[in-house]
Design a protein around this ligand. Structure first.
Ligand code: B12
Ligand code: SF4
Length: 510
């Protein structure tokens, strides 16, 4: 091991796959690498760093004395925290501090005006180069993917192609050595995942063939144009050996989440994967699918190997809004077809919708209600409140049309700290409150559809939606306890998982 110390910081995420990949690679190359997980992600209940937490961070950095400090900003919401931590770290060490992660990639120019050393795009090779150059006392001015500003001069090196052979990357390191966790005013010296893990998150691919206007992938597809394959797939063997290793290291795993942007794009690969997963892993799992890519063969294979539900982004009930504003080219027929396949094969669909969307007119919003009422039950969904992430086209359109101001962009507003899922305590019009509550009722099999249709026609409720809000909250409670109990009895979730979700029953429309 070299004595060159690299310390990485993961913000509000005890998994943060990007940081873990870089950490394992540096470690495998002999560097003394550590990770500080700074705060847990509490959805809809995010809190800024406290003075105590910032002090604990500074003390820890002073103790580790890194030669290179890397701060991973996996989401724009945490840019303020990155600024605070950078300032704190400077009080105790004078090593180079590099920022990387999705936020930095989608706001490269602006980030460079705020911080002097960045890694743009995928960071494994760039961080390795940086660490090697710095430990050898060489210049870092021409390292690919590295942007820096010094003495009023900016250097913007070209970005290298994204990693083509993902099998070459070492697996995440799940051990307590060199892992620190700062949360709720306390410092712990362990890997938080090892202690508490019941859901294992893994990706078998990187990249997405689509480029929706609200998503970071739309930026990546431009950044990496002409640089080899955008969607890259690991070998089945590589994924299975990671899962075997993870289940050994993290014995509490009850479910696996495949976080591929769209799972199962290659049917031949998927067939081989399903066979091996069923034989060697066998833990219930779920995946993200897209209405355009769902087909019977795919869902049948997945179901047979342990798939319990699919998460499918639809995002708007209006085809017009999906096509014109989100650049999602799926038609209502695509959505209906995908839903029928999933339903007929008895896989539970969980649908994602973006609410609070100023690009939607009243008639578009009603279309969502009609669409949901047309689906066969059971199904679940999550309602998300539109967040304006920097660097993407949808945000630019909203700024141009005057729907939002610069302060409403996520890296400044940090709205998703409090409002990621649509919560009932957020300010919205009475019509929207009514719509959200009616929408929330559509997924509950025990609520008759004719009742929802009738409620949607009562004009009085548009000004006084409270009775429907109450009804949807009661329905939420009934479904939560019923589903939670069933899953607990089947052993598919733990008490900890149920406890984690309990607060949403009373505060979130779903
Ligand atoms: C999986 C995932 C999650 C998982 C995270 C689990 C995990 N494995 O990390 C969960 C469900 C927890 C999650 C939560 C959230 N997510 Co999310 N998530 C993703 C997803 C689908 C993949 C991320 C991933 O793991 N990619 C694979 C890794 C290897 O790539 P990477 O993270 O980009 O890391 C590379 C580089 O960025 C760079 N890098 C990363 N860190 C660092 C650090 C340093 C020092 C350096 C030099 C480089 C570097 O090198 C890495 C390796 O190549 C992305 C969409 C996408 N395709 O990117 C959205 C995405 C990151 N999520 C997003 C959002 C908004 C969120 C939430 C806010 C939602 C919420 N409120 O719950 C939270 C915030 C979590 C957080 N603290 O970061 C947005 C962020 C948008 C933005 N502009 O910031 C994305 C981009 C989706 C989108 N809408 O466009 N997410
Ligand atoms: S399909 Fe999903 S991951 Fe792919 S670009 Fe669209 S929103 Fe992003």
């Amino acid at each position: 091991m070299t004595h060159f110390k690299v310390c990485l910081v993961a913000l509000y995420n005890t998994e943060l796959s990007g940081v873990r990949y870089i950490h394992s690679l540096l470690k495998s190359e002999g560097f003394d690498a550590s990770i500080i997980f700074f705060k847990r992600l509490n959805i809809n209940d995010g809190k800024p760093a406290t003075e105590k937490e910032l002090d604990l961070f500074a003390e820890l950095i002073g103790r580790i004395e890194p030669d290179l400090l890397g701060i991973g900003i996996g989401c724009s919401t945490f840019r303020n925290t990155a600024l605070e931590l950078t300032k704190k770290a400077r009080e105790v060490v004078d090593c180079p501090i590099v920022w990387g992660g999705v936020h930095v990639t989608v706001t490269a120019d602006r980030s460079l005006s705020e911080h002097e050393l960045l890694v743009i795009g995928e960071g494994e090779a760039a961080m390795l180069d940086l660490a090697k150059r710095l430990s050898d006392g060489k210049s870092i001015d021409d390292v690919e993917n590295v942007w820096l500003s010094r003495d009023g001069r900016e250097i913007k090196n070209p970005v290298r192609a994204p990693v083509q052979d993902l099998d070459r990357l070492p697996f995440h390191d799940f051990g307590n050595e060199g892992k620190f966790f700062i949360n709720e005013d306390e410092l712990f010296e362990f890997d938080p995942l090892v202690e508490e893990h019941d859901l294992y998150q893994v990706m078998t691919t990187r990249g997405c063939p689509f480029a929706c206007t609200y998503c970071a992938n739309s930026v990546y597809s431009k950044l990496y144009r002409g640089m080899g394959k955008l969607v890259r797939t690991r070998s089945v063997e590589n994924v299975i050996s990671e899962l075997q290793y993870a289940t050994k290291m993290l014995p509490n795993i009850k479910q696996v989440a495949f976080y591929d942007d769209v799972f199962g794009l290659d049917l031949k690969w998927t067939a081989k994967f399903c066979e091996q997963y069923k034989e060697k892993i066998g833990i219930p799992y779920w995946v993200y699918v897209h209405p355009k890519t769902v087909n019977e063969q795919l869902i049948r294979m997945l179901k047979d190997s342990g798939l319990v539900y699919v998460d499918m982004g639809i995002q708007s009930g209006s085809q017009r809004v999906r096509n014109e504003f989100f650049k999602r080219m799926d038609t209502n027929e695509d959505v209906q077809r995908a839903m029928s396949i999933v339903h007929d094969l008895k896989v539970k669909p969980r649908l994602d919708f973006i609410m609070d969307n100023p690009f939607e007119e009243a008639s578009d919003k009603q279309e969502l209600l009609q669409l949901l009422l047309s689906f066969k039950r059971p199904f679940e969904f999550r309602l998300y409140s539109l967040a304006y992430f920097p660097g993407v086209e949808l945000t630019r359109m909203a700024l141009e049309r005057g729907y939002i101001q610069e302060d409403d962009v996520e890296d400044i507003s940090c709205k998703t700290m409090k409002q990621w899922f649509v919560s009932t305590d957020f300010k919205r019009s009475k019509e929207d409150i009514l719509l959200n509550s009616l929408v929330s009722l559509t997924g509950k099999s025990f609520v008759p559809r004719f009742m929802i249709r009738t409620l949607s026609k009562i004009g009085f409720l548009r000004s006084f939606p409270t009775p429907v809000v109450l009804l949807s909250t009661i329905a939420n409670i009934i479904r939560f306890f019923w589903t939670g109990l069933k899953l607990l009895l089947k052993g598919e979730v733990s008490f900890a998982m149920v406890r984690k979700h309990i607060k949403f029953v009373f505060t979130v429309s779903r």
